[in-house]
Write a protein that binds this ligand. Structure first.
Ligand code: FAD
Length: 511
């Protein structure tokens, strides 16, 4: 059967991963007339880094993605709108917002005293101005070779605010620690200041919340467009034999790519779209591809950063914070994002003893009046994931009691995300490290194999790469992931429509 687009339906495609990138790719191919598409997902559920749960009753808790970032030309915002999935509750769009500060954020010192809201506001406003300069590519030349952390420190030191009140530097440290959640980095001293402008913020309200179905409702829209049997869960892919050898011979006479699964099942296909996270590729790419990936691709996998951001949810039997409190923010005497402290902790393991200092604070959670959400990033988040729940619980309660002095009861439930420990994710999202050319590396990661210059044109586009980390401007986001899935599907659609290339019509396959 040929589709209205004239696409030959016989090409066989495996999509590795059922996150936004994989599901978008599969849905687009099927819509264009590809009849042999198989999505192989390692986990027992689709969604990947979207993980909508209901541990505290009927209302959702998002362990992964929470917002749709930006509106204008954001395909996920349009999709959510089209399917009436956006939250109609404007209040909820300000919940759990790691880096934006409202007058309802209570900033506490270690000794339990509250900082003046106007002092905090001035520092946060300056921090916002300085980061916007970096995001808008307006950095002075002298900062071009600096890390984001060093740029911010130097620019802050030049401001009169730095010496205007005693705690200004401590609040600024909080701002940097909080920004680590956006950058998914262990520290802003590891993030490029110059490259950050490549990340594009879409216009329109920036933090768009989803309605009662949460992010899963968006995943469900894509799942509905896949015919039964297309998605196989609990199907980890262990090996991809992709290619032509030097003599130009394929792995198989007809289908040039063989996909091997952990359970022994094999798929012989024309194309595979790999959407595994950068974190997974960092750990497993060397063992997964045969022949091995070319050097520029392994280099990109190595050089791009993939950090960990975790959320810690604490449910209490009743609210102990005032009704007008949107978040309890923790300002340390010596916080880990202070330059001297960061460098003193960079060698050795002593940072493990103070891992909890990386927690920025605890925000209230939409539709959960007695739940707080703590944010933690980097190696400290990874370390937290190794601790028993009761240890994390004790530490959080101790922090809340000592900083606020409020009567904090024992939480009735504690839940934290474990993105680093998830063997098929290994972190949260991508960042561009200091000294790395992000555009070049994202492009190298996205390039399909085999490269046409090296191999014959006969069987091109054997292995394609999609996923959040393969987008030059929208990395880190769900819409970035979605767009890359469509992009790679379109490459195949173009291949079959433009070149009328039909690679394996008489090849029997298990798909
Ligand atoms: C804590 C957190 C908060 C976030 N907040 C936001 C937010 O508010 N807004 C936003 O836009 N983005 C947010 N993100 C980022 C967003 O979730 C991701 O960018 C996006 O979901 C990535 O989609 P993806 O398809 O590229 O990858 P993934 O969602 O990681 O999907 C890849 C899939 O591949 C599977 N897989 C991996 N290896 C194999 C294998 N060998 N065999 C088979 N399957 C395999 C994985 O199990 C996974 O399901 C957040 C992420 C985290 C972790």
């Amino acid at each position: 059967m040929n589709s209205p687009l004239g696409v030959t339906s016989s090409a066989k495609v495996v999509v590795v991963g059922a996150g936004f990138a994989g599901l978008a790719a599969a849905a687009s191919l099927i819509q264009a007339g590809f009849n042999h598409v198989q999505v192989l997902e390692a986990a027992h559920r689709p969604g990947g880094r979207v993980n909508t749960t209901r541990p505290f009753g009927p209302n959702v808790i998002e362990l992964g993605a929470n917002w749709i970032h930006g509106q204008k030309e954001n395909p996920l915002f349009s999709m959510a709108k089209r399917h009436s999935l956006l939250s109609e509750d404007a209040y909820s769009s300000t919940m759990c917002l790691p880096t934006s500060v409202t007058p309802q954020d209570f900033f506490f010192r270690e000794d339990g005293s509250l900082l003046s809201p106007s002092d905090v506001e001035h520092v946060c406003a300056l921090f916002g101005k300085l980061t916007s300069r970096a995001f808008n590519n307006k950095l002075e030349k002298k900062y071009h070779s600096k890390s984001l952390g060093h740029y911010l420190d130097e620019a802050f030191a030049e401001s009169p605010l730095a010496s205007s009140f005693e705690d200004a530097a401590k609040v600024f440290e909080w701002c940097k620690r909080s920004e680590c959640t956006d950058e998914a980095s262990s520290s802003l001293y590891e993030v490029s200041a110059l490259q950050i402008h490549e990340y594009t913020r879409l216009e329109g309200g920036f933090f768009n919340c989803l309605g009662p179905g949460g992010y899963q409702a968006m995943v469900d829209v894509l799942l509905k467009s896949l015919p039964p049997g297309v998605l196989l869960c609990d199907k980890p892919v262990t090996r991809i034999q992709w290619g032509l050898d030097k003599e130009g011979k394929g792995q198989s006479p007809c289908c040039p790519v063989k996909v091997l699964c952990e359970d022994g099942q094999e798929f012989e296909v024309d194309h595979v779209i790999v959407t595994a996270s950068l974190g997974f590729l960092k750990e497993r790419a060397w063992a997964m591809f045969e022949p091995a990936l070319p050097e520029d691709k392994t280099g990109a996998i190595k050089r791009l950063g993939f950090g960990t951001v975790d959320k810690i949810f604490l449910k209490f039997s009743e609210r102990f914070w005032p009704e007008d409190c949107a978040g309890i923010q923790l300002v340390w005497e010596e916080g880990p994002e202070d330059n001297d402290i960061y460098h003193s902790l960079s060698e050795g393991d002593s940072w493990r003893e103070t891992w909890y200092k990386k927690i920025c604070g605890f925000d209230i959670v939409a539709h959960h009046p007695t739940v707080l959400c703590g944010w933690i990033t980097g190696r400290e988040a990874q370390y937290m994931e190794t601790l028993e729940e009761k240890v994390v619980r004790e530490v959080c309660v101790r922090l809340l009691r000592s900083f606020t002095g409020w009567p904090v009861s024992e939480p009735t439930q504690v839940l934290f995300s474990t993105w680093w420990s998830n063997p098929y994710v290994k972190g949260s999202y991508t960042f561009v490290p200091h000294g790395v050319n992000g555009v070049r590396e994202h492009q190298a990661l996205a390039a399909p194999l085999p490269y046409r210059a090296i191999y014959t044109r006969k069987k091109p586009l054997q292995v394609l790469f999609a996923g959040e980390a393969t987008h030059v401007n929208f990395y880190t986001t769900t819409h970035g992931a979605y767009i890359t899935g469509i992009r790679e599907a379109q490459r195949l659609i173009d291949l079959y429509t433009d070149q009328k290339l039909n690679s394996s019509e008489d090849c029997s396959s298990r798909i």
